[in-house]
Design a protein around this ligand. Structure first.
Ligand code: NDP
Length: 327
């Protein structure tokens, strides 16, 4: 496993990491979480991503129990969580980054994780109704109290991020250091466009999500929706359109000859493709079972085999030039 600096910090994260969205509690209990996290850790993963809202708080509980059982040295791994949607419907408790909610949020998360601190906290979405200054101060205070070590953003625009950085600089507060955007062969816009000035001007890091587009890029949806997949889960019906989109499925099918030539699986190719981008600090992988973790961790071996010619072939399949011309 290789390690990359988390943006402009002294912390290094494994280039492949592991997250619990959808899976923990819904598809994986504590024993399964232990199996997958230890497979990832044994492969060199040192960053485990979570969020308060995942499975209504149960995802943090499952990860916390798993960490207790695994009993790893606390210095050897990083854990994150995120706040925005909240767990309750009260007027100050949902869809917000107000100071009260963020502080209640971190206290609840630490209890569910059974940890003294988490390494990273993210503002899970921007909040147009709270002054960014209030959010920056709250995140700074949480760090000063030792409840978290670094903070970041998720799906914020570059201008919102720059505003937060500038407020922090003005007041000598802890700045946000990392963004968590979606990034995969289908979804490239923000990471390859809007955010470029963040890397150049601030060395901002990125921990990217849904590298397999929820499993679509594994190729398994090309034969219909498998019973044991995310696409069949109750509560995730909204994802079906994306997972059965014929144009997208045809693009995935177009990758098969490339994966065959490289001697890897489609999942490994899709993950390795994300790793080719030097502005990606870590690719957060997801899995519902341990076999997928084993397969996905081998993606790092594929990166050097992906030549510029192969990158171009992939761009043609995903109609990248065409999309740019139409803009
Ligand atoms: P992926 O796009 O990689 O999807 C992961 C899912 O794909 C797995 O749960 C599994 O689902 C399937 N899969 C994984 N590996 C394989 C394989 N080798 N073969 C076949 N199927 C496979 O990532 P996620 O969407 O899970 O996102 C990763 C992480 O990013 C999350 O856990 C979370 O931590 C973070 N995230 C952050 C968000 C944000 O807003 N900040 C939003 C979403 C995610 P199954 O077996 O059920 O089909």
């Amino acid at each position: 496993m290789k390690y990359r600096h988390l943006g402009n910090t002294g912390i290094q994260v494994s280039e492949l990491s592991f997250g619990s969205w959808v899976t923990f509690h819904n598809q994986a209990g504590v024993d399964s979480a232990v199996g997958m996290m230890s497979a990832a850790y044994d492969a060199g993963v040192n960053f485990f991503d979570n969020a308060e809202v995942y499975a209504g708080g149960k995802s943090e509980e499952v990860m916390g129990e798993a960490l207790k059982k695994l009993n790893w040295r606390r210095g050897s791994y990083l854990v994150s969580t995120k706040f925005f949607w909240g767990l309750n419907d009260g007027v100050n408790e949902k869809n917000t980054l107000n100071r009260k909610r963020l502080i209640e949020g971190i206290n609840g998360s630490l209890k569910r994780f059974q940890l003294d601190y988490v390494d990273l906290i993210y503002c899970h979405r921007p909040d147009k109704n709270t002054p960014i200054e209030e959010t920056v101060w709250a995140m700074h205070n949480i760090i000063e109290w030792g409840k978290a070590l670094y903070w970041g953003t998720s799906e914020w625009s570059a201008s919102e991020i720059i505003e937060a950085i500038q407020i922090a600089e003005r007041h000598h507060l802890h700045k946000p250091v990392v963004e968590q955007p979606q990034y995969n062969m289908f979804e490239r816009g923000r990471l390859e466009g809007d955010y470029v000035r963040l890397y150049n001007e601030y060395k901002y890091g990125t921990t990217i999500w849904s590298p397999l587009a929820s499993g679509l890029l594994s190729g398994k949806y090309n034969k219909g929706i498998p019973q044991d997949s995310r696409g069949s889960l109750k509560g995730y019906e909204w994802m079906k359109n994306m997972l059965t989109n014929e144009k997208k499925l045809a693009m995935v099918a177009g990758l098969e000859p490339i994966a065959n030539d490289l001697g890897c699986t489609l999942s490994q190719l899709a993950l390795a493709w994300c790793l080719k981008n030097p502005f990606v600090s870590t690719v957060i992988t997801g899995a519902s079972r341990v076999e997928q973790v084993h397969e996905n961790m081998k993606a790092a071996d594929v990166v050097d085999k992906i030549t510029p010619e192969i990158m171009e072939k992939i761009d043609v399949i995903f109609e990248v030039k065409k999309a740019e011309e139409e803009e």
